[in-house]
Every structure is written in structure tokens, then in C-alpha cells.
Write a protein that binds this ligand. Sequence first.
Ligand SMILES: NC(=O)CC(=O)C(=O)O
Length: 292
Amino acid sequence: MSVLSKPLKIALLQLSAGANKQANLSKVREYIAKAIKENSSLDLIMLPECFNSPYSVSEFPKYAENIPNGETTKFLSDIAKEYGILVIGGSYPERGQDDKIYNTSVSFNRQGEIIAKHRKAHLFDIDIPGGITFKESISLTGGDKATVFSLPDFGAIGLGICYDIRFPELAAIAARPPQNSFAMFYPGAFNTTTGPLHWHLLARARAVDNQVFVILCSPSRDITSGYHAYGHSLVVDPMGNIIAEAGEADEIVYAELDPELITKARAGIPVTIQRRFEIYDDVAKDAKISDI
Ligand SMILES: NC(=O)CC(=O)C(=O)O
């Protein structure tokens, strides 16, 4: 039996976010209504990284909210409940109890209850001369756990945020026993330097490494903003094939995750049972998993 119990129908909302939080949330609401109108049998909606605020280290503290008591968490919970749909709530800046700021993703069941919370573990601190310099650690603190949770009626999934995809350990922890996830979801905002270099490569690599679906949801590209997101929200199957992809503008991407594709990939190339843990350590053993 596959680790995914039945086909999962998903929609990725590739949307840009501006300075006005209310306008950003209204746009999300409008696109969710559109997605459900276009595809009434949808199971899950996913949003991009930083969908309620600009992607900017100086702006994060101004937009940061308490989770679960802030307005964006309530907004997402209401949507999940209203439409009876699973929601992977992209990410938004969180002000923790410790007064530190995190880049956090919250997921909801069909009743609007929180089923997972992931704090971006690996902060995006890079400096590519002639390309891009970015330092999330100026205002953000990294989370300290991997996130794996059960998507009701479907099975386990892992979740990381953007730069987390560069670290294969989180996906390996999610995909291997004892977690046995069928997919890795990454809300992510690569940019016009790193996107063309690595976006597809990393998504396909994580999929093939672990024989799972990999789903990336990006903001759309707004060249009037301070950060030019790459776009190209993506769904990759367990063999590494791209089965759905957005362009650069606002767009909804639909895909169906078919359990048979996992079964076939694992039967044909049985790496899941060929690992040599007597040669190297299994990162999935004793991993620190988020418990909300
Ligand atoms: N924005 C990110 O967190 C990551 C990114 O753009 C990259 O890894 O490239």
C-alpha cells in the first residue's frame, strides 16, 4: 500500500504581496474563491512564502503577529472552515512568546483547526556578487525542528520553507520511516538570480532522493517591489517529472497527486530499501519533529 491513501487534489495560489496587509489578505480570499469555483472537488490549497507582507528583513517585525492569536491565523482558519478545505498557509512573520521574529507556516484541517506549525529552520543569508545579497538573520530567528504532520484522510507530509529545500535532511526525515511522508511542501520565494539556477533542480532532487511528491508555491513576480520573486510554482512527481508549473504572474496551479506514482517509482528503483545505514547515519532517527 502506498503512503498516500488516495489521490489528493491541490491548488497552489501564486500571488504577489504588497505593503497593505488587508489588501494582501483580500486578494488571497478572492483567489481561493476562484480556485474553488473552478475546481469544486479540491482537497487542499497552498499559499506562497510571505503572502501577507513584503519579503523584506526591515519589514518583517512590522508585520509580525502572534500565532495562533493574530489576524492572519484567524483569517486562514476561517477560510479552511468556510470551504471545508485543507490549507497550507504559505508563511508569514510571527512574533514568538520570546519576542523573536520567525518566518512561520501554519496548516489547517477542514474544521479550521491548526494541524502544523513550521518555523523556517535555515535562514536565507547569502551574498552572490553581481546577483543578490540577502540576510534574513538581521531580523529573523531560525526554527529548531523539522515538521511532519498528518494530512487527515491522506497520510503524512513534511513541510519546509524556501531555503530549507537546500538542506536535504528535512525531506529525508519526513520521507523515511518512522514518518513515511508522501510529499514535501515548500512555500518558497526564490528570486531572479537563484530561481533560474536552482529552483527546478532542488525540487526535482528532493523528489528523486526520497521518491515523494515535491510542491513549491512561490509569490508571483512584482518588479516594482524590493524583492523579485522567481514565480514558477511547481509540482514534481516521485520520479522527478514536473507535472504542473506556473509562469511568473499571479496564477492558480492545479495538480492531482496520484498514489500509484509513488508505488511505481519505489518498485522500479527501490532505493527506499537499499540504504546502507551501516556506512552512514540515518538522519531520520531521533530527529526533532515539531509538535505544533
Ligand atoms: N528566499 C529563500 O529563502 C531562498 C532562496 O531564494 C534561495 O535559496 O535561493
